[in-house]
Design a protein around this ligand. Structure first.
Ligand SMILES: CC(C)(COP(=O)(O)OP(=O)(O)OC[C@H]1O[C@@H](n2cnc3c(N)ncnc32)[C@H](O)[C@@H]1OP(=O)(O)O)[C@@H](O)C(=O)NCCC(=O)NCCS
Length: 179
């Protein structure tokens, strides 16, 4: 896809659950953002192991142009992560469609609160996310989450060892409407 395509094509974008064969596309989509330290890099083995978390956006020809994942932290808390678009498709509503799909996944799983750690504050604010400061989990849940080896959980907990990764990011939370 070249830049300058019609924005009306956004209506033909589809979003579906990821397939295992999408992993190379996910790597392609996230790599420019990983290089700029906007997103955390993931090894292929990690992406295959978490492929069920992913939604993929496809252009009208069926080429993957965006991805995003929902990682469940706790009984009523998940994180939107690894949300990334092909640069040619920024500002065409694709991020909106992916986020909608991930929020539907959260509701399907019975999870009503979604966290994200992002530079894209305007995008998430327009989708109902609010900035948060302190931890939004009880000390008991914190004590269990801290046992995780997942870097995203460490970032959520704001652990000292990951602070260099999170500089300049904003912590945001959305409470989903179950209606
Ligand atoms: C964050 C990100 C996913 C947003 O995706 P996006 O597809 O550009 O977002 P959308 O198109 O849904 O919305 C952005 C803008 O496009 C507008 N838009 C939506 N549909 C449109 C259409 N069909 N035509 C033109 N503009 C449109 C939206 O109204 C919005 O405009 P506004 O900001 O002026 O209100 C993308 O910028 C990205 O990949 N960023 C880098 C990675 C990252 O930071 N991820 C988040 C942390 S996990």
């Amino acid at each position: 896809m070249t830049s300058g395509h019609s924005t009306s094509l956004a209506g033909e974008i589809t979003v579906r659950k990821a397939l295992a064969s999408d992993v190379p596309h996910i790597q392609r989509l996230i790599s420019p953002y990983v290089e700029r330290r906007i997103l955390l890099g993931k090894d292929n083995v990690t992406l295959y192991g978490s492929i069920q978390q992913f939604q993929i956006a496809l252009d009208p020809e069926g080429t993957p142009i965006g991805c995003g994942a929902l990682n469940v932290f706790w009984d009523d808390l998940a994180e939107v992560r690894t949300l990334a678009l092909d640069a040619d498709w920024i500002h065409h509503g694709v991020g909106h469609k992916l986020l909608d799909g991930l929020e539907r996944d959260a509701l399907d799983l019975g999870v009503g609160r979604i966290f994200c750690l992002t530079f894209e504050v305007d995008f998430f604010t327009k989708h109902g996310y609010l900035e948060i400061g302190e931890s939004v989990v009880s000390p008991e849940v914190y004590a269990e989450l801290v046992r995780s080896s997942d870097e995203g959980v460490a970032e959520f907990l704001d652990l000292a060892r990951v602070k260099p990764n999170t500089l300049g990011n904003t912590r945001m939370l959305k409470v989903l409407s179950r209606g």
